[in-house]
Design a protein around this ligand. Structure first.
Ligand code: UDX
Length: 492
């Protein structure tokens, strides 16, 4: 009988995407997957797909099920909302526990053989333990970031939580010397009650007990950090990049990969910007996107617009409906037309396209895209590295400053923006200068292609990620597929 993994992502796009791609890989080896979405996200996905194509797809062996976070549908689920965080730690947990209870009582076929959970949901290990199932932790960030958090007590002992204004953080094993600004934002703020800090710190004990820690990274890109992690946790496996293998199979193969792919679990409708990209010269377009969570102040969005206007370069800019934060930090669905500087649309109409959400992998793999102006979320970073696109990195929180350090200082395939204002707003002139440099820097493009080659070797037969993925599949295949007849509250 085939093994059956229940996969529980933290319910945001940046965890759903790598885990659905992992699900597809595992399903292609004959492993049955139950993929757990919140009902809120499930509805958003269905709406984004215009209800076309049911999510259930028997040929992929992936079954989609829903749990609830208990919050009203119109509640603003933002990354920094304490209420959202609490709902995920309590109501979503109880709902997921009920789901597993039902799957086990109903003796679903094949029986559940393990739980794979985002490590951002530290309770996923508890419910795996309750039902005596092996647990696999999915680490959604760079392994360098894991190394930072594994040495948090060292950082605190050195008086760097928050970091001292002067001096380098040069004592963390496996990492290059870092500026204080390269640390994750919760460490920079030094506030232990910050919800992002809480979620990250709470996941660490689960890592110690997991059967495996799988990570969307590539050994060759984070060699020293991976070695340090492996010394402490031999069960650590880098299996990235988690993107469909079709993206490594050369041009032309993508034609049958339509936007309405049943595999897309986007929370917003993907705009078909490919015909527009087709009309642009090679490597001439700057793709601009700040992921699924970042909220940017109105004044900063206006400066970005000024920068794109002054750069005189072509651009494809993703402006999510909730991208712009109000001064009070609340989410507002502002119509972006109202906030863009006067004359912006008219002046850029021949070279700019604004969309609410894009099919990002297809965009980054398009020959006319020459650079990516990104917030440096880990998925966007891994996708850009894998497709050989240099980056201009503008971190917006979480661990994105650390990702920028890797992109700019370690791999040397990206640029950073300098602020000359006290309020930390980056001015349009600086953005214009960097966007131009991003598209023109041939050396950086060459290095980006070398990084892509390294990644292709890692995923190719015999490569590091290929081997690790095979070991992981072998492990799943070896799990006992015993039937369990449990009842709620049965002693485990
Ligand atoms: C967050 C954090 O920023 C990230 O660092 C963490 O590791 C995971 O959670 P997010 O801010 O959304 O995620 O950024 P990112 O990690 O880049 O994930 C965004 C995903 O949405 C990517 O897979 C990207 O391809 C996709 N996307 C983004 C689209 O498909 N279309 C878009 O228009 C924008």
């Amino acid at each position: 009988m085939a093994p059956h993994a229940v996969i529980i992502p933290y319910p945001v796009q940046g965890h759903i995407n790598p885990l659905i791609r992992l699900s597809e890989k595992l399903a292609s080896h004959g492993i049955i997957i139950t993929f757990v979405n919140t009902d809120f996200n499930h509805c958003k996905m269905m709406k984004a797909r215009n209800r076309h194509g049911i999510l259930q797809d028997p040929s992929f062996n992936i079954r989609f099920v829903q749990v609830t976070d208990g919050l009203p549908f119109d509640f603003k689920r933002t990354a920094v909302s304490v209420e959202f965080f609490n709902a995920l730690m309590t109501t979503m947990r109880a709902s997921a526990e009920d789901l597993l209870d039902k799957l086990l009582i109903q003796s679903c076929e094949p029986p559940v053989s393990c739980v794979i959970g985002s490590s951002f949901l530290p309770w996923t290990i508890d419910i795996a333990k309750k039902f005596e199932l092996p647990f696999v932790a999915f680490w959604s960030q760079a392994v360098s970031v894991q190394v930072i958090y594994r040495h948090l007590s060292m950082i605190i002992d050195n008086g760097d939580f928050p970091p001292k204004k002067q001096g380098m953080i040069d004592y963390i094993p496996g990492l290059p010397p870092m500026h204080p600004q390269d640390l994750p934002s919760d460490i920079q703020s030094g506030d232990p009650s910050n919800p992002v800090h809480q979620v990250i710190v709470q996941q660490l004990p689960a890592l110690e007990e997991a059967a495996w820690i799988i990570s969307n990274t590539v050994y060759e890109l984070e060699r020293q950090a991976s070695n340090v992690t492996k010394e402490k946790s031999p069960v650590f496996l880098s299996i990235g990049p988690l993107i469909p293998s079709i993206y490594f199979e050369g041009e032309g193969k993508l034609e049958d990969f339509s936007i309405a792919s049943p595999r897309s679990l986007s929370l917003w409708a993907e705009s078909n910007c490919l015909p527009w990209l087709d009309s642009r010269p090679e490597r001439s377009v700057c793709y601009v996107s700040f992921g699924s969570l970042a909220q940017i102040s109105r004044v900063q969005v206006q400066e970005i617009a000024r920068g794109l206007m002054e750069s005189e370069q072509a651009f494809l800019w993703v402006i999510r409906p909730d991208l712009v934060s109000s001064e009070a930090g609340k989410t507002t669905s502002i119509d972006y037309i109202d906030i863009l500087p006067g004359g912006f649309l008219e002046k850029t109409k021949d070279r700019g396209l604004l969309v609410p959400w894009s099919p990002q992998l297809l965009v980054l793999s398009h020959p006319s895209v020459g650079g990516f102006f990104t917030h440096g979320g880990w998925n966007s970073t891994v996708e850009s590295l894998s497709l050989g696109v240099p980056m201009l990195v503008f971190p917006q929180g979480i661990e994105q400053s650390t990702n920028r350090m890797l992109v700019v200082n370690q791999w040397k395939i990206g640029l950073r923006l300098d602020s000359c204002r006290d309020d930390a707003v980056i001015e349009g002139a600086e953005i214009a200068k960097c966007v131009k440099a991003l598209l023109k820097d041939e050396e950086m493009r060459k290095r980006s292609n070398q990084v892509r080659d390294t990644i292709m070797k890692a995923v190719g037969e015999g490569g590091s990620s290929w081997k690790n993925m095979n070991d992981f599949v072998d492990y799943l295949m070896s799990l006992p597929t015993k039937k369990m007849h449990l009842s709620r509250g049965s002693k485990r």
